[in-house]
Design a protein around this ligand. Structure first.
Ligand code: NAD
Length: 322
């Protein structure tokens, strides 16, 4: 089994070497992203291992021509891969799962930072402004938190929040009986109407993309706080900016944003980013933005590398279209 590993970061190299040996796979490791210009890198390989770079038909066709049988993405989400097309060619597409605690803990941190106005406090401290103007916060124990999506991460967020004493509302298309003592499942309208703070934990699907938009925001409480650690496309960014400017949304914490894929994980210190909405949000004192780092812990990165190699190796020995 030979695997072409794309977009390998320095912090992943030792892990790839370790798990490559463990699974008996020969790895061809590159820091370059998977794009048509680097497709040749997978020549002679049975599988490719990628991260967040979008992979479309052109690239898949080239890899198919080389005899690639599996695409393994080291991410939970896999919407960046044209997986239906790949599968139609008999190429399996797999994602990974890793400890939900990494994103769940980050989410609770983002909630607390938002309600305690931590961006303004930290920024002002740097300028030696130690005054108390505009930084008085609220207590989570007195708030109603709405959790949209109670899968692995949403469930863990609810469990983590249970010690804070807040009221927790939850919405999911599949309700979990095990969460009933900790959260009250309700309809999306009721969750929007009653929550002081709303956190998103659904995948990007046709019915979730753009679910946070001008209309849904209008049905929320005045001064609601929005947390998005899931996928940028769930939120209509222009509508969120409008709501932050009007004060309808009091604060936001965004680990993800529409149009991030060509920007995040790159260094733009000396060149323009060219994402206007990102620049507007970044300049707001009540918006915390992080570059899709909620997953980034020792434990999660180890799981991502390990399980993506395991999937490649399994796909190499399994029937196509799995
Ligand atoms: P999961 O598959 O375990 O859970 C997703 C949940 O969403 C499921 O319970 C599903 O029933 C629910 N759902 C689907 N459609 C829905 C709808 N229309 N309305 C309400 N709920 C719906 O996924 P997970 O591992 O908990 O991941 C959740 C999200 O977090 C995903 O978008 C994932 O891409 C994102 N994520 C982000 C990071 C990061 O670093 N920021 C890391 C990992 C995962």
């Amino acid at each position: 089994m030979k695997i072409a590993v794309y977009s390998c970061r320095e912090d992943e190299t030792a892990l790839f070497e370790k798990y490559g040996k463990e699974y008996g796979a020969e790895l061809s490791i590159s820091s370059l992203p998977p794009i048509p210009e680097t497709a040749h890198f997978a020549r002679g390989c049975d599988a490719v291992n990628i991260i967040t770079t979008p992979v479309g038909r052109e690239l898949i066709d080239i890899w198919h021509g080389y005899g690639v049988k599996a695409i393994a993405t080291r991410t939970v989400g896999y919407e960046h891969v044209d997986h239906e097309y790949a599968r139609s060619l008999g190429i399996s597409v797999s994602n990974v799962s890793y400890t939900p605690h990494t994103v769940a803990e980050y989410t609770v941190m983002a909630m607390l930072m938002s309600i305690r106005k931590m961006k303004a406090i930290l920024t002002r401290y740097v300028g030696q402004d130690f005054s108390l103007r505009e930084i008085r916060g609220k207590e989570l124990c007195n708030m109603t938190v709405g959790v949209i999506g109670t899968g692995k991460i949403g469930e863990t967020v609810i469990k983590n929040l249970s010690g804070f004493g807040c009221r927790i509302l939850a919405y999911d298309v599949h309700e979990k009986d095990g969460l009933r003592g900790l959260a009250e499942y309700c309809g999306l309208d009721a969750l929007y109407r009653e929550s002081d703070l709303i956190t998103l934990h659904t995948p990007a699907l046709p019915d979730t993309c753009g679910m946070i938009n001008r209309d849904s925001i209008a049905s929320m409480k005045d001064g609601v706080i929005l947390i998005n650690m899931a996928r940028g496309i769930l939120v209509n960014t222009a509508d969120l900016i409008e709501a932050l400017e009007s004060g309808k949304v009091a604060a936001a914490a965004l680990d993800v944003i529409e149009g991030e894929s060509s920007i995040y994980y790159k260094d733009f210190k000396y060149r323009p980013v060219g994402h206007h909405e990102m620049a507007i949000l970044q300049a707001m004192p009540n918006v915390i933005m992080t570059p899709h780092t909620a997953f980034f812990t020792d434990e999660a990165v180890g799981d991502m590398v390990r399980y993506s190699i395991e999937h490649c190796v399994k796909a190499g020995t399994a029937a196509p279209n799995n």
